[in-house]
Write a protein that binds this ligand. Structure first.
Ligand SMILES: [Zn+2]
Length: 75
């Protein structure tokens, strides 16, 4: 489960919740963000390229996100 999180004013991502981070085999997914623009259709993990977080494929859905934050589990 992912929770809508505001990284910077007006900039949103979905962050994985810690509660939902373990799969059935006990493997724990690391914290990550998924693209808010793509979220209704697919879970697209944002990747850091140079100094910006971008959806894959880049540039198709939303502007690169510039933030000093790194992914953390949502509350
Ligand atoms: Zn996207």
């Amino acid at each position: 489960m992912y929770k809508l999180t505001e990284l910077e004013p007006g900039t949103y991502v979905y962050a994985l919740t810690e509660m939902e981070s373990a799969d059935d085999d006990g493997y724990q997914l690391p914290p990550h963000w998924v693209c808010a623009a793509c979220y209704p259709k697919r879970r697209s993990v944002l990747r850091k390229i140079d100094d910006a977080w971008v959806c894959q494929p880049p540039g198709k859905c939303a502007a690169p996100i510039h933030t000093s934050q790194y992914p953390q589990y949502a509350e």
